[in-house]
Design a protein around this ligand. Structure first.
Ligand SMILES: CC(C)(COP(=O)(O)OP(=O)(O)OC[C@H]1O[C@@H](n2cnc3c(N)ncnc32)[C@H](O)[C@@H]1OP(=O)(O)O)[C@@H](O)C(=O)NCCC(=O)NCCS
Length: 150
């Protein structure tokens, strides 16, 4: 596919069904509720800064997305660290550089807002995703996430 035909833009509330659909295609699972909460935060909270993007093909169909969180801290000052929560490209459109473009635009957008570091969590055995993040200049952080099953 011609990369110029792919447009990256800020996510809108109307992108909900497309995002849920791509996630379902990737995970084979419906995570509608998870995305309902995320979209509520994104479009209804006044402390939440728009930081999520979608990739559109030449027909305006959403073929990928990246969702991040960036909050206004005390006194309305933007925080210097933000998170990248979810990235997904429609399996029919993967391996064409769309993920890399989403990542690049996300970083530029965050940088323009004053963010200096992006955190993300990846499951330790998700080798493909770790390779993708590593190719996009992410490296393991110096803290580890501990948990205890109850
Ligand atoms: C990780 C993910 C976002 C990458 O998206 P993508 O659009 O395929 O990413 P890119 O095309 O930029 O890069 C992927 C690979 O394609 C290669 N590639 C990029 N452009 C290419 C091209 N024109 N021709 C051939 N290969 C290409 C890249 O080098 C990269 O190779 P690698 O995997 O060997 O490192 C996508 O695979 C995905 O959505 N995975 C599932 C993630 C997930 O579980 N999310 C949670 C639920 S939504």
């Amino acid at each position: 596919m011609d990369q110029d035909a792919i447009k990256i833009r800020l996510m809108r509330n109307e992108d909900f069904d497309a995002v849920v659909g791509i996630d379902r295609k990737i995970t084979q699972d419906s995570r509608r509720q998870y995305y309902e909460l995320k979209f509520d935060k994104l479009f209804k909270s006044k402390d939440y800064v728009p930081a999520s993007l979608v990739a559109e093909d030449e027909n305006g169909a959403v073929v990928g997305f990246v969702m991040g969180e960036l909050y206004l801290g005390e006194y309305g000052i933007l925080q210097e660290e933000a998170t990248l929560d979810t990235i997904g490209v429609d399996p029919d459109f993967q391996h064409q550089g769309i993920g890399e473009r989403l990542m690049h635009e996300f970083m530029e957008h965050m940088r323009s807002l004053g963010v200096e570091k992006i955190n993300t969590l990846v499951h330790w055995n998700d080798a493909n995703l770790i390779r993708f993040f590593s190719a996009n200049k992410f490296s393991p952080s110096k803290t580890i996430n501990l948990e205890r099953v109850l």
